[in-house]
Design a protein around this ligand. Structure first.
Ligand code: SF4
Length: 494
């Protein structure tokens, strides 16, 4: 039996714009392991679906084409019928023309023409949205419907829950789309012809990570050597180009007279000696902290659709913290909090945090701007606790720059993320044994547990809460050990 001719969709079309080779694999190997979404990507899809569903409420008179997504022809027929019956608007309006299928988020009648609205779970129009909308407008016109306007409907960062400002903004992108429209038919034809042939040759380049990371990076790129120059802290394109031109691939091969900044110089020295490099001054930097030292870590959620008073789309909401307090005699006490139940979590977090930080002379964090921001958010949302929270914010110190300025271990591999620093300096405290070991995953799980508990059976919810508590508490337990390790190093004992 002859193979069915390949088809394009808007996502296939935009993948083909990024790279024909990527599109070929996506179409010919749709079950490739690289295309299986991980937990992070699943969370992004879920969020997009929720925003899409909420956006439908902005089109109260529209007809929804809600059919089995595998039966494209049924969706196309239902759309045609809705138009024939005079529907003023259609949600998921489906068209198949010239072997390109599109389902338009919202198609609305306006005078003699139609408005194509594409909904995105973002807070602004991005360049990659334009071809996505352009291919839809092209197919709608090929189906015989004149398109008078193209809109990108995105979330409004200035909106404040519940009713301050509109939740969505409709940006008119007709002009930007028009510039691409003329080339859509040729591009689609080229892509469809390419798909009937063998895997195209495309050399890897900047297009592999722009506008999105290609899932097939590992197939096209040779593995990097141990300690590649790409790992050098804040390496610029010019520096990288100069080193590549000289045939230098690894940090250890960089000539001693090549201009490097302080951190890069330490990195090179650590790789060459294959040991940790420590600069003078570490002891003085640590001596600035006064006891008791409260090690603080927050976990936040950032729902696309805000739920509590004053929150904005994607606005951070601190919902969990852990504090390990270290006294001068070495005693450690521990406090932790994870919001529960319905309602605004911020007052509960704020109250528990003020109690947990009571008496602390120093509040120590890793990458402290985040903790300072969270303290500010809580202060704003909880006026009764504001004075104590702002006082705590004034005591926040950051351990990250201390490590960055005085220490380098070859296993940092170019990153001062706690997830790189801890396995290098405290291998016994690495995150490998935790069920939740990544901040992004923790955030999406927290959002699920707190904002959509009905989606989880009680037992699973309790299990997740336990994993999330362990993850957050591990972060501050790690800080205690890291602080002690640095003290030992500064005293010459490690
Ligand atoms: S890794 Fe680069 S060259 Fe390879 S398929 Fe992806 S985008 Fe194309």
């Amino acid at each position: 039996m002859a193979a069915r001719p390949k088809r394009l969709s808007k996502s296939r079309f935009t993948a083909g714009l990024q790279c024909p080779r990527q599109l070929w694999w996506k179409v010919h190997e749709p079950r490739a392991p690289e295309l299986r979404p991980d937990a992070g990507l699943e969370a992004i899809f879920d969020m997009g679906n929720r925003v899409g569903e909420r956006a439908r409420q902005e089109f109260p008179n529209a007809t929804l084409i809600d059919l089995d997504y595998r039966d494209l022809q049924a969706a196309v027929d239902a759309t045609r019928n809705a138009i024939a019956e005079g529907a003023p608007g259609i949600l998921e309006a489906s068209f198949l023309e010239d072997r390109i299928f599109v389902a338009v988020d919202a198609l609305s009648k306006e005078g003699d023409g139609w408005v194509v609205t594409e909904v995105k779970a973002t807070t602004k129009v991005k360049p990659q949205h334009i071809p996505d909308a352009a291919v839809q407008a092209h197919v709608v016109e090929r189906a015989g419907l004149p398109v008078s306007r193209v809109e990108l409907m995105h979330l409004n960062r200035a909106h404040r829950h519940p009713d301050q400002g509109p939740l969505f903004i409709r940006a008119d992108i007709t002009e930007a789309v028009a510039e691409l429209r003329a080339g859509i038919a040729d591009e689609a034809h080229t892509q469809l012809r390419m798909l009937e042939g063998p895997l195209p040759d495309v050399a890897p380049g900047p297009h592999c990570t722009s506008p999105y990371d290609c899932p097939f990076l590992a197939r096209c790129n040779a593995p990097l050597p141990e300690h590649p120059i790409e790992d050098l802290h804040r390496i610029g394109a010019r520096q990288l180009g100069e080193l590549h031109d000289e045939g230098i691939e690894t940090v250890g091969q960089i000539p001693s007279d090549f201009p490097l900044n302080g951190i890069q110089t330490r990195h090179r020295a650590a790789v060459l000696r294959n040991e940790m490099v420590v600069e003078p001054g570490l002891h003085t930097a640590l001596a600035a902290y006064r006891y008791p030292i409260a090690m603080l870590d927050f976990e936040t959620i950032a729902p696309a659709l805000p739920q509590w008073d004053g929150c904005s789309p994607f606005g951070k909401v601190p919902v969990q913290f852990s504090v390990h307090t270290l006294s001068e005699d070495g005693e450690i006490s521990r406090r932790a909090y994870l919001a529960d139940g319905e309602g605004d979590p911020r007052p509960g977090v704020a109250e528990a945090l003020v109690a947990a930080l009571d008496g602390a002379a120093t509040v120590l964090a890793w990458n402290a701007p985040f903790e300072k921001e969270c303290l500010g958010i809580l202060a704003e949302a909880s006026p009764e606790q504001a004075a104590a929270l702002l006082d705590a914010r004034g005591k926040v110190e950051d351990l990250l720059p201390v490590v960055r300025n005085y220490l380098y271990h070859p296993e940092f591999r170019g990153s001062f993320s706690i997830k790189n620093v801890v396995p290098a300096l405290l291998p016994a405290m690495a995150y490998d044994d935790l069920e939740v070991s990544d901040g992004q995953v923790a955030s999406s799980l927290l959002e699920k547990v707190l904002c959509r508990p009905e989606e989880l059976p009680a037992e699973q919810r309790a299990g997740l809460r336990g994993q999330l508590a362990a993850y957050c508490q591990h972060d501050t337990a790690v800080m205690v050990e890291l602080y002690r390790f640095l003290q030992e190093v500064s005293a010459g004992r490690a």
